[in-house]
Ligand binder design. Structure first.
Ligand SMILES: *Cc1c(COP(=O)(O)O)cnc(C)c1O
Ligand SMILES: [Zn+2]
Length: 392
């Protein structure tokens, strides 16, 4: 395996600590010859079950038992929105409550292998929480840059309790991302673990493998929120590799969803806007409040190659879908994770078996629910008062 530039096809060693191509500036990916993995035995459960597909040796894995999340059939919600087999892949079941753990177990294992002493990221919250936990597990120093203000409380608490060195940057995510890349540019010491890091995406691609193994084939469509767009890119890579290895024969359509106020990829794909950037991104779904996604080219390729599509949803639609998943299916997900269901509700897609990726747990951001709900009804501790309150 090698690192490959997606722009000019230049190749680099797996141990070269670079995050973009020195020749053309594009992002890198890990080139995996999956056809050689045909018939390979896989053992165990979770991300490291797929070690032969990963560019990092699992023998010394820094792991918190990530992956192996549930793929849940949503009968009632599916019937309501007209999809015959609707599933939720519930990534909130990961150790720190989001899919970021799949990438972080591989990324932090790579950091240890490279001899890094500290690891760093800019984050809308979940990457920070995950990095902090895995760095703690590995005995590495974690440096976390958060955009001032707009990070969900649960995620900040996680980064604090796992002992990360946290800096609030006066600016948005995109500003934090730019400055953390500068911090990590002087090689070796501080290893960058944003999704620009191709090893992280290798871990994230295992979600596709799990879905295929659970269904016995690929679904017709995968629907997921896009922020920096690493996840849609990683999952598409996973499906392609599983096909090349002969485990599946058909590929799903990849459907990426963004919030109206932070939709640079959708604008590029649907409206032909050149480049991929919006200034001052805004949405209640803070995990995808990103204006300049680093993996946008990979995401656009995933959508186009798979015959997929891109769509936007409003904040109100996101909050309604969050409520639907919780109140009809018993799944509490954070706002960004409800964006796929919000899109399916308003936009018919031609697919029988659809998997929505519920990227993070609802308890990450309780305020998103509380601040959009009516005040709680009160009662005196008497049966009369209680009856009255219940009848209100
Ligand atoms: C990180 C994250 C996303 C966005 O994933 P990208 O790989 O940046 O597109 C979506 N939802 C949640 C909950 C996240 O934590
Ligand atoms: Zn290049």
């Amino acid at each position: 395996m090698t690192q490959r530039c997606i722009g000019c096809d230049a190749r680099f060693q797996l141990d070269d600590v670079i995050y973009t191509c020195p020749q053309c500036g594009s992002v890198l990916e890990i080139a995996v010859d999956a056809a050689r993995l045909t018939g390979r035995e896989m053992t165990g459960a979770g991300v490291w079950r797929y070690a032969p597909f990963l560019a990092v040796d699992g023998g010394q894995a820094v792991s918190l038992a990530e992956g192996a999340t549930g793929l849940h059939r949503c009968e009632r919600l599916g019937r309501e929105i007209g999809i015959s087999a609707l599933y939720v892949k519930n990534e909130g079941e990961n150790p720190t409550g989001s899919f970021k753990d799949r990438g972080m177990t591989v990324g932090v294992t790579k950091a240890v292998e490279l001899g890094a002493r500290s690891v760093a990221c800019a984050s809308t919250g979940n990457t920070a929480a995950s990095l902090a936990a895995y760095a703690a597990r590995a005995g590495l120093r974690a440096i976390v840059l958060l955009p001032g203000g707009k990070v969900a409380m649960g995620k900040v608490a996680q980064a604090i309790v796992h002992g990360a060195r946290i800096v609030q940057v006066r600016g948005n995510f995109d500003d934090a991302m730019r400055v953390v890349q500068e911090l990590s540019a002087d090689r070796g010491e501080t290893y960058l673990l944003n999704s620009i890091n191709p090893f992280r995406l290798e871990g994230q691609k295992t979600l596709a493998f799990e879905v295929c193994e659970a269904l016995g084939r690929a679904p017709d469509a995968m629907v997921l929120p896009m922020g920096n767009a690493g996840n849609i890119s990683a999952i598409w890579k996973g499906f392609r590799e599983f096909q090349a290895a002969g485990f599946i024969d058909r590929l799903p359509r990849m459907i990426g969803v963004q919030a109206v106020g932070a939709a640079p990829i959708v604008r590029h794909v649907n409206d032909g806007v050149a480049g991929c950037r919006v200034d001052n991104p805004e949405t209640v779904a803070t995990a995808i409040r990103i204006g300049a996604p680093v993996n946008w080219r990979k995401a656009v390729d995933a959508i186009r190659e798979s015959g997929g599509e891109a769509g936007v949803v409003t904040d109100d639609e996101i909050l309604r879908a969050q409520h639907d998943l919780a109140a009809t299916e018993g799944r509490f997900v954070e706002p960004a994770s409800a964006a796929p269901v919000a899109l399916l509700r308003k936009h018919r897609i031609e697919a029988a078996t659809v998997v929505c990726v519920a990227t993070g747990h609802g308890l990450k951001d309780p305020d998103a629910v509380i601040s959009n709900s009516p005040e709680l009804v009160q009662a005196d501790p008497t049966i009369e008062s209680l009856r009255k309150a219940l009848n209100r």
